[in-house]
Ligand binder design. Structure first.
Ligand SMILES: [Zn+2]
Length: 417
């Protein structure tokens, strides 16, 4: 039967029908070892020749809210499968003060803090919950550093689907509160994110739940790609030159690339932007491999950073991310926790956008790239801000000082800025 899309293994190139496999390439995943990058990740390929002449024209007439407007390029049969929470378009902000401060005339911030549960992960969770509905699954599960789980719990709550969430015990309280508030069954694992990832995979096999694990489920990448489709529309149907992406597992990176990849396949852009991952120094498996010229990730023995959302030892999509960065002539950057804290405050003060530590990592990377003279002043540059700072107040408080309480009387000293 002719289906809407096929699945191609990014490791061995084998092509599968959409209903033939659920998660990863059976051949490549047969040698998967625990706590290593996911093998046999599947890329969703559409009938680009058939869509080439229709996608853009149809989109221009489509006034629908949320990323269901890209249905032709989504792995879903029906837009009504999507949860009722609108996902995007998020603002592509013309950050005038940040442009002045950096001297970059065409700098934009993609503000995904405005998504329903406050992070970029709503994009993936929305699509996976819709897919689960179409597959008539009753329970959906994920492992997460926090945001993906929160997004899944929220999206599932909106359609009444059961969720089981595995999170490491050190996830910020605000994220745990969000997950529990949405009614998910929360399993707090006495271990790392990578160990929670393994546990959720084993539970999927044992209990037959639908698994949303990032990268492992190919539709997470399809959800994340809608950020790129939005950027293209918002820039007047053009691709930017560079995109700075906070990077842990490498799936936001892969998803963003995939959106531009689809547009290029459709002949709607000439070139995919340079993809630039920014990682925390203490959790930099992907950038380490880029810098040392390896084409395979070497998992870290431990991961340590205040940017919990990108704290990963064995990035799920790490190996694919490496080839993407190289193919697009991008480069990788690392930033320290101190630089991340400074970036949170500076970004907030210059744009009004309060980013969580992982999200501010992308901006810290932009500053570093400038120091290394890697950006031209007139290039179109987009920084992805992937989660709100309200998700991790204790860390943000390290970057600021709250003044002591004063007596209830008007201040006699003149306030000087
Ligand atoms: Zn394969």
């Amino acid at each position: 039967m002719e289906t809407k899309y096929k699945l191609t293994c990014v490791d061995c190139g084998k092509v599968y029908q959409s209903d033939e496999v659920e998660y990863v390439c059976p051949l490549c995943s047969s040698t998967q070892r625990p706590l290593t990058p996911t093998q046999g990740i599947l890329r969703v390929d559409y009938d680009y020749a058939a869509l080439r002449n229709t996608f853009s024209a149809t989109l221009k007439k489509n006034l629908m809210r949320g990323h269901g407007r890209y249905l032709a390029l989504l792995p879903l049969n029906d837009v009504s499968s999507l949860p009722p929470l609108d996902v995007g378009p998020t603002p592509l902000c013309e950050v005038l003060r940040l442009r002045q401060a950096t001297g970059l005339n065409k700098l934009f911030v993609k503000n995904d803090t405005t998504l329903p549960t406050g992070s970029f992960k709503d994009r993936a969770s929305s699509i996976v919950v819709a897919k689960a509905k179409e597959l008539k699954k009753k329970v959906i599960t994920t492992a997460s550093t926090g945001n993906a789980a929160t997004a899944l719990a929220g999206m599932a709550a909106s359609v009444g689907m059961g969720t089981v969430i595995f999170v490491p015990h050190n996830a910020p309280q605000a994220k745990l509160a969000q997950i529990a508030m949405f009614g998910a069954k929360l399993v707090v694992v006495k271990g790392t994110y990578d160990e929670a990832f393994e546990l959720s995979k084993q539970s999927t096999e044992k209990y037959g739940w639908y698994n949303r694990n990032t990268g492992f489920n190919p539709y997470t990448i399809e959800g994340k790609k809608t950020a790129a489709l939005e950027i293209w529309e918002q820039l007047g149907y053009k691709a930017p030159d560079k995109v700075f992406i906070p990077t842990g597992d490498g799936v936001i990176l892969t998803g963003t690339y995939k959106g531009f990849y689809d547009l290029k396949k459709l002949g709607l852009i000439k070139k995919i932007p340079q993809i630039i991952p920014v990682q925390a120094v203490g959790s930099a498996a992907i950038v380490n491999a880029l810098k040392s010229g390896r084409d395979q990730i070497v998992p870290l023995k431990k991961s340590q950073t205040i940017a919990d959302s990108i704290s990963v030892m064995a990035p799920a999509c790490g190996n694919w991310a490496l080839s993407i960065v190289r193919d697009t002539l991008g480069f990788g950057l690392t930033v320290t926790d101190k630089e991340i804290l400074t970036a949170i405050k500076e970004l907030a003060g210059l744009t009004g956008i309060f980013a969580e530590p992982a999200a501010a990592t992308a901006y810290a990377g932009l500053k570093k790239a400038q120091r290394f003279h890697k950006i031209k002043r007139d290039e179109t540059v987009v920084v992805l801000i992937t989660g709100t700072g309200l998700k991790d107040i204790p860390t943000a408080m390290k970057a600021i000082t709250i003044p002591a309480a004063v007596e209830v009387k008007i201040c006699s000293e003149r306030v000087v800025w």
